[in-house]
Design a protein around this ligand. Structure first.
Ligand code: GAP
Length: 505
């Protein structure tokens, strides 16, 4: 199966089993807006809890808040979003498709990177074990040429974006002979800027009403509450404020399922530090966040850092943690050193001081901020893609299994009476009663046991407990492991502690 096929399968699996539905599907859907179904809501909640626990519960100097989506309109003037939160767009005159010009160029760079990978794979085959890929990159003329080309394109793109030279961006597309991915045409319009914020009016009549925006990031809700939290929580630098919540962006190029949505959720943490220490904390959080991803159990080869060429207007350093989605390595999380830009801007626009009195130095100053910002929906998609597997079994049959890390799985346990009679269903329900206060459990008595195991595999339930006639005699049950499919017989009375220790392990 190629990557595209895998992705299609993941999308249809997500719908078939109640993870993700298109929003307002009965009206043919709303583009780039999705609803989470009964299993999706569980998985999403588990990801949120896992993040909240590791950021807030495990760090005594980080606290969490929940700020409103609507904010005073001046917030977005101050943050720079009204003036600068836009994408450079370009249309293809033949296909009538619209693209982000910078993304077209980045995709072009990715294609050249693909050519380098191919050359290295070919050479690895040719030279065998002694092959030194790094040396080959530095010395092979063709690979060197590709690397020089990438460096040149990146340099030109950065310069154009920094100088807001939209004609220069178009010229780069023309010079690189970049074609429309749909039609193959090179018939491009000029590049224009397009603001991504949704606006609406507050008040019952449009006349005299204030234009307000649906927040495009949760971060500003943290900045405007910085002093409230610092004072009421008696927080000392360095400290962090975390929040999970909805954000909205009028994405023009919305594609790849829940990767780029118009309504999505972010899990953000702003870490306030003493000016001058921000690079130390920036590196700390880069490392910590990568560790968090790896602790979930996906191989390290599926992640990489990408340092930004073009820095956002508020940042002095920024990197993405990219995940190897079926459509290539793409941004999953951003780590940004935001300087004192946001707090200073809010001081200026609100006329209120947002300073910290440092008891050690007896000075007041505006703290610097290091931000970690992960898209919950992208984390959800990465989890689904990493877990989806089709396996051929020893008996020649096949199964589709979601090997979701147990702590994130929607249901932890399925309890299955072997037969629908002889008191087995009653015993199964009794077992569920001992577990459901702590773990999401599913009861299933329909169809042969093999089919029921397959259903649980398909939704990623890590443990299936089967109640049979022996259970009635000696109060033991079998517990089946989703990944290995091995079964062991255990005492029903010990199930809670067995499952708890397996989940912790
Ligand atoms: N506060 C900083 C900020 O918002 P960002 O890089 O624009 O930075 C952070 O967004 C994260 O939010 C991204 O890494 C991505 O995971 C997620 N994200 C951004 N736009 C998104 C979209 N349209 N759909 C889904 N997730 C998105």
């Amino acid at each position: 199966m190629n990557h595209e096929e895998v992705f299609k399968k993941v999308i249809s699996h997500a719908k078939e089993y109640g993870f993700v539905f298109q929003s307002s599907e009965i009206y043919d859907g709303l583009s780039a807006v999705y609803d989470y179904g009964q299993l999706g809501a569980e998985l999403k909640n588990n990801i949120k809890q896992h993040w909240w626990k590791s950021m807030v519960q495990m760090n005594e100097n980080i606290v969490g808040i929940d700020s409103a989506i609507f904010m005073h309109p001046s917030t977005w003037k101050a943050s720079g979003h009204v003036d600068a939160f836009s994408d450079p767009l370009i249309d293809n005159k033949d296909s009538k498709k619209r693209y982000r010009a910078d993304v077209l160029i980045e995709d072009h760079i990715a294609k050249i990177e693909g050519k380098i990978d191919k050359e290295i794979k070919k050479a690895t085959k040719r030279f065998g074990d002694d092959f030194d890929a790094e040396m080959y990159r530095q010395t092979n003329p063709r690979v060197k040429g590709y690397i020089e080309k990438i460096t040149d394109i990146e340099k030109r793109l950065k310069q154009c974006l920094d100088e807001e030279d939209l004609e220069g961006v178009k010229q780069l597309i023309i010079d690189e002979e970049i074609t429309d991915p749909v039609s193959g045409s090179r018939n491009w319009t000029d590049v224009r800027q397009f603001n991504l914020m949704f606006s609406t009016e507050m008040g019952s009549v449009a006349e005299g009403a204030n234009t307000i925006y649906l927040r495009p990031e949760t971060a500003q809700g943290i900045f405007v509450n910085y002093l409230n939290v610092q004072k009421t929580g008696r927080m000392k630098l360095p400290f962090g404020i975390a929040q999970i919540g909805k954000a909205f962006r009028n994405e023009i190029v919305a594609r790849q399922f829940i990767f780029r949505m118009r309504e999505f959720e972010q899990m953000e943490m702003q870490f306030f530090v003493k000016p001058g220490t921000e690079m130390e904390w920036y590196n700390h959080w880069k490392e910590e966040r990568m560790k968090w991803h790896l602790s979930i159990g996906v191989p390290a080869s599926e992640y990489r850092f990408h340092d930004h060429i073009k820095l956002a207007h508020y940042a002095n350093a920024a990197a993405d943690i990219e995940y190897n989605f079926p459509f290539g390595f793409k941004e999953l999380e951003g780590i940004h050193s935001r300087t004192d830009f946001d707090l200073k801007q809010h001081e200026e626009f609100s006329g209120k001081k947002l300073q910290y009195f440092d008891p050690e130095t007896q000075e007041s100053y505006v703290p610097y901020v290091v931000e970690t910002s992960i898209g919950l929906d992208r984390m959800f998609l990465a989890t689904l893609c990493a877990s989806y597997q089709e396996e051929k079994l020893e008996d020649g049959s096949e199964r589709t299994v979601l090997k979701i890390p147990a702590k994130l799985a929607p249901y932890k346990v399925a309890v299955l009476p072997l037969l629908k009679k002889d008191g087995l269903p009653e015993k199964a329900r009794e077992i569920i009663d001992t577990l459901k206060g702590d773990y999401m459990c599913q009861y299933d008595e329909k169809d042969a046991i093999g089919r029921r195991y397959r259903r649980q595999d398909a939704i990623g339930t890590p443990f299936a407990i089967t109640v049979d006639h022996q259970t009635l005699e000696d109060d033991t049950v079998t517990i089946r492991d989703r990944d290995t499919m091995s079964q062991e017989r255990v005492k029903a009375a010990e199930l809670f502690s067995i499952i708890t220790s397996k989940l912790k392990g």
